[in-house]
Design a protein around this ligand. Structure first.
Ligand code: GLN
Length: 330
């Protein structure tokens, strides 16, 4: 357990981190995914760090502002597909190779007749069709919500119907992808129901605090460290994190693996969750996006946290945020 003095130091460092990045707009090409949102929301910026061991939380900025999961939901629904169908059946329907293409690209792994991976839209439509198989759409959405609530420990998580309706109006490309996939035999069933279920999961609102808890649940082997509830079978956590490591950041996944070096998933709403297995869940929310659809400040903050805490999986030098550099400690 950290002493109150250590807690104060971490909080101070986090506030300093916030200040360093709050005016960061470089490389920003999209200000906000919803142009009609109130002006102050566009400037929201929150960071949440949650310990995998006990759920202890350190936060800064607007960590209580709700935003939609968007593509971050793909991670959790992939986990559900693994639980529902087992990894072999899921692998037949959706690959685990980074596509190098944008999240909404109409590209498939033609040799295996499946989408490249579950973190692009085509792959998420495939995993959504797998969890829907043999279930009623409403019941299936309830199952998805139940899982998301277990990850976050927040029973109030729900779909924002207004956003869902807006997304439904503007989803020709996803619809085209889904019908094309069905024509190739990559998915089966009612395309409109699959599409709606996909957009519903994208429209679940969370706060940065919720997302930090969700990330820490994955860091804790699938068990929410605060409630003790299991959200995902332990054996699938490895599969999910492997895919997040290589495919979680759209077509910037390689750059992320190089610079930050931990599994993560982003969404076009500006959220990023990153997972340090056995240690920490990290969530950042800031709506300004770069050309890949990733949060500009979110990337910067994760780069800095990873570097300063030595979290990159291949790092061998840590500068500890609490204790100073390794040299100073000696
Ligand atoms: N609802 C969005 C879409 O499918 C989600 C995409 C995302 O976050 N990349 O277009």
């Amino acid at each position: 357990m950290p002493t109150p003095e250590m807690e104060r130091r971490v909080n101070r460092r986090l506030d300093e981190l916030y200040e360093r990045h709050v005016d960061e707009h470089e490389n920003e090409v999209v200000e906000y995914y919803d142009p009609e949102a109130p002006e102050e929301e566009k400037e929201s910026f929150g960071v949440s760090l949650v310990s995998a061991a006990d759920g202890m939380t350190f936060e800064t900025g607007e960590h209580d502002v709700p935003f939609p999961l968007q593509s971050i939901s793909k991670a959790f629904v992939y986990g559900m597909a693994l639980e529902d169908c087992g990894r072999e059946s899921v692998l037949k329907k959706v690959g685990v190779e980074p596509s190098g293409e944008a999240f909404n690209s109409i590209e498939f792994d033609e040799r295996a007749n499946r989408p490249h991976n579950p973190m692009v839209n085509a792959g998420a439509l495939a995993t959504t069709s797998l969890v829907l198989e043999g279930d009623e759409p409403e019941k299936c959405m309830e199952r998805i919500l139940t899982a998301l609530r277990k990850y976050s420990g927040n029973d109030a998580l729900d779909v924002n119907e207004e956003l869902l309706a807006a997304q439904f109006e503007d989803t020709d490309r996803n619809r085209a992808i889904a019908y094309l996939m069905r024509s190739h035999g990559m998915i089966e069933g009612d395309v409109e129901a699959i599409l709606e279920l996909y957009l519903r999961q994208c429209s679940v609102f969370v706060t940065t605090h919720d997302l930090g808890m969700m990330a820490s649940t994955l860091a804790n082997g699938g068990v929410n460290p605060e409630t003790g509830e299991r959200a995902l079978e332990g054996r699938y956590v490895r599969d999910l994190l492997s895919v997040l490591y290589t495919c979680g950041m759209y077509d910037a996944a390689g750059q992320w693996a190089y610079e930050v070096g931990i599994p993560a998933k982003s969404g076009v709403s500006g959220g990023i969750m990153a997972i340090v297995p056995g240690k920490l869940g990290i969530a950042v929310y800031s709506p300004g996006l770069d050309e890949y659809g990733n949060s500009v400040r979110g990337i910067k903050v994760c780069e800095e946290i990873s570097e300063r805490l030595g979290l990159h999986v291949f790092a061998n030098e840590a500068e500890d945020i609490l204790l100073g550099t390794a040299k100073e400690r000696r």
